[in-house]
Write a protein that binds this ligand. Structure first.
Ligand SMILES: O=C(O)CCC(=O)C(=O)O
Ligand SMILES: [Fe+2]
Length: 313
């Protein structure tokens, strides 16, 4: 063995426990990002061209329900790589906020990691990353938003375009949840905010650990007779995508309940694509998915989310 190789071996840094995910040289940058987000490696980009892997199955046999379930959407060949890539490349938040009911103020700790990209229809990002007014095509006034909207990084924008093609809908927002373990959850809610317009379509991807997705009809008011609806339980697997559309959001609630000992500790990423039509939607999404706290990033050596510090880059 030559001296050179011996020395190289001596100085080689200790390997991380898990090999880092392959990532390409170019990355998406923006003044609002804490750090650049890598582009998909060619292996991922090429295989996404073959998605959806299956046709969607319509689930609409109950009142006010219209789902299109792709089982899976992301081909088996790449779902693991896509999960590892996104978990490693994105920045996340653990948002805290206060709600006031009457005189009582309660602190809410969002029980999952979140992040968001996008801007509502009244604005768009110019190629240089600046925000423009959709009507006048001129730069927006500095004070239009209480938050600092972020463009979708190239990797998520590619997935958005593919999703638009297969759902025949358009989206300008990408929200991401990371459920680190079975203790992370989202309680029963519906995504029928007025800023999404009537009958919003929401495309929701699952990657990583399998988790139960529960749906139940909204309670009827006291005067109405209880409609004959059955709660629904879908076991969402890595690569699956569920499109919720039509009257679904205004009539049904959905949740990911806490779960123990079913592999949930391996972590699950949920990606939703939505379309916000007014400025308030942008402010709401950044308030509840970025907030004012610190940045978290996946640490491949510790295999957990850790607080990210600028000097660590
Ligand atoms: O994680 C999921 O599958 C659902 C997430 C969700 O409902 C939401 O972010 O509004
Ligand atoms: Fe939701």
């Amino acid at each position: 063995m030559s001296t050179k190789r011996t020395l190289e071996g001596f100085f080689r840094p200790t390997q991380p426990k898990k090999a880092r995910v392959e990532s390409s040289e170019e990355a998406s940058t923006h003044a609002t990002y804490p750090f650049p987000v890598s582009q998909f490696p060619p292996s991922l980009k090429d295989s996404l061209g073959f998605c959806p892997a299956r046709e969607g199955r319509v689930i609409n046999e109950q009142p006010d329900l219209d789902l299109l379930y792709f089982e899976p959407y992301i081909t088996k060949r790449i779902e693991r790589e896509l999960f590892e890539f996104l978990r490693q490349e994105l920045f996340f938040y653990r948002v805290q906020y206060k709600i006031k009911r009457g005189l009582v103020e309660t602190q809410i700790n969002t029980p999952r990691f979140t992040t968001v990209f996008g801007v509502d229809e009244t604005s768009y990002f110019a190629p240089d990353g600046s925000l423009m007014d959709s009507k006048t095509k001129t730069p927006i006034p500095k004070d239009r938003y209480k938050c600092r909207p972020r463009p979708l990084p190239a990797c998520l924008d590619l997935l958005r375009k593919i999703t638009e093609g297969s759902t025949v809908e358009t989206y300008n927002f990408c929200l991401i949840n990371y459920y680190a373990s079975g203790d992370d959850s989202i309680s029963y809610h519906s995504d029928d905010e007025r800023f999404l317009g009537p009958n919003p379509a929401i495309a929701s991807f699952s990657l990583g650990a399998k988790r139960d997705f529960l749906m139940k009809h909204k309670p009827k008011s006291g005067f109405e007779t209880q409609s004959a609806t059955k709660p629904l339980k879908l076991s969402l697997a890595s690569g699956d995508m569920i499109l919720m559309r039509g009257p679904t959001q205004s009539n049904w609630l959905h949740s990911i309940p806490k779960r123990k000992g079913t592999g949930s500790e391996k972590g699950r990423i949920n990606i939703t694509f939505r379309k916000a039509i007014v400025k308030y939607g942008t402010e709401n999404y950044y308030q509840y998915n970025v907030g004012a706290g610190g940045v978290y990033k996946w640490d491949p050596n510790r295999e957990e989310m850790v607080t990210w510090k600028e000097e660590a880059m």
